[in-house]
Ligand binder design. Structure first.
Ligand code: APR
Ligand code: PHB
Length: 388
């Protein structure tokens, strides 16, 4: 096969990139290891920055989001049961769109089908070739060997993909921080506990009350890395969740059976550069954030924005300055989101090795956000998304 851009990975990064490139008249092929239902079965975060929501609309995949998504003006922060509100709209004039990533992925698949985009599912043994020369990709599918000759390759294959590792190890700089705890998350057909999200810092551990719709809740509690989902009955989860929420919130919590229960580890990770010859990395293939700031999908969106801009310039008038600037431009915004996700995680969680002084710094960080318009504005600008 021949494509201008071969895209490895059919998650949010790969699909959004394919959709925007095809709308710009640039031909792509998406190679996805799993089947579509498997990709759609993944439960992930549900908060979209303004930029990501606008990109989905530009991609022609924003209609259901605008119909079913909910715009939030702010969120609540609580510390050992005492809660206060952070009004993003008042602090920086922006909001966030609450809309599940599973729905985003479903909308992108539908938009891709509508334009007849080429997505090959169930591919195996994807290998990237000749990245600094004339690139091509080989793979196996249903026992048949395949090959795509292309101008460029986009590595959108996530943290465990093959693309990042196609960059010579001695040319990669990796930065990683692993957190000493995980998040136990459940999905339940229960009404959200509040109109907006509640991030709760508590001596028993962090908790987050989120949602997918008016009848679907998504909640998390910080747990030790040694915990497994089967260690937690629904009842044990709800009891612990209540203890970490402000009492007035816990009192109105409606519980129900979990329809999904999983534990995610927390890590901060960046691999530089995000470009090697004709290969560009987007999304989780290049960086991982702890879920605290809900930046994973949003960073994938800004990476895609920068790459589409560069490739449009290349194909429209042969200019390579956009693609040459891609890695530095994307990384500048990635590191800002890395800092925000790390700082919110550090402020809101209980660390096993924390000193009494560390605990005071956490309380003081929270107090600053409650009392200072400047601190609140900095949080609001980062949470709703820095400009592209
Ligand atoms: N060949 C083909 N496809 C692959 C390969 C491979 N070798 N390895 C992984 N994939 C596919 C995975 O099956 C997955 O569908 O690449 C896709 C990568 O998708 P994500 O991991 O979702 O990463 P990304 O698209 O960058 O989205 C980032 O989604 O998973 C969340 O937390 C993440 O919010 C972040 C956002
Ligand atoms: C979610 O709804 O899954 C979610 C929301 C906000 C976060 C993390 C996860 O910061």
């Amino acid at each position: 096969m021949r494509a201008q851009v071969a895209i490895i990975g059919g998650g949010p990064s790969g699909l959004l990139l394919s959709q925007l490139l095809n709308k710009a008249g640039i031909a792509t092929v998406v190679l996805e290891r799993k089947g579509r239902e498997h990709v759609l079965s993944r439960i992930r975060a549900g908060v979209l920055e303004t930029g990501a929501a606008d990109l989905l609309r530009e991609a022609g995949a924003g209609t259901r989001m605008d119909r079913e998504g909910v715009l939030h003006d702010g969120c609540h922060l609580s510390s050992n049961g005492r809660m206060f509100h952070v009004d993003f709209k008042q602090a920086c004039g922006r909001q966030v769109m609450v809309y599940g990533q599973t729905e985003v992925t479903r909308d992108l698949y539908e938009a891709q089908d509508a334009i007849g985009a080429t997505i090959l599912h169930d591919v195996e043994d994807v290998v990237l070739h000749d990245l600094t020369g004339t690139p091509h990709v080989t793979f196996m599918r249903n026992g048949v060997a395949g090959r795509i000759d292309c101008d460029f390759i986009a590595g959108c294959d996530g943290f465990h993909g093959v693309s990042r590792r196609a960059i010579p190890e001695d040319r990669r700089r990796e930065f990683e921080k692993v957190y000493p705890f995980g998040w136990l998350g459940i999905l339940s057909r229960t009404p959200p506990v509040d109109a907006e999200l509640i991030y709760a810092s508590h001596d028993r551990g962090f908790a987050l009350a989120s949602m997918r719709s008016a009848v679907l809740s998504r909640h998390y509690i910080q747990v030790p890395l040694t915990d497994r989902p089967e260690d937690w009955t629904d009842e044990a989860f709800w009891d612990e969740f209540r203890l970490r929420l402000p009492p007035e919130v816990a009192a109105r919590l409606v519980t129900g059976p979990s329809i999904e229960k999983s534990i995610a580890p927390l890590r901060s990770f960046v691999s530089e550069p995000m470009r090697w010859g004709k290969l560009f990395l987007c999304g989780d293939a290049a960086h991982i954030v702890p879920p605290t700031g809900a930046k994973g999908l949003n960073l994938a969106a800004s990476d895609v924005h920068y790459l589409v801009e560069g490739l449009r310039g290349f194909y429209a008038n042969g200019q390579s300055d956009g693609v040459d600037a891609y890695s530095d431009r994307a990384l500048a915004r990635v590191w800002q989101a890395m800092r925000f996700s790390w700082s919110l995680t550090t402020m809101m969680h209980r660390f096993p090795d924390a000193s009494a002084y560390d605990r005071r710094m956490q309380d003081t960080d929270l107090a600053q956000i409650e009392r200072s318009d400047t601190a609140r504005r900095l949080m609001a600008e980062n949470y709703t998304g820095l400009p592209y």
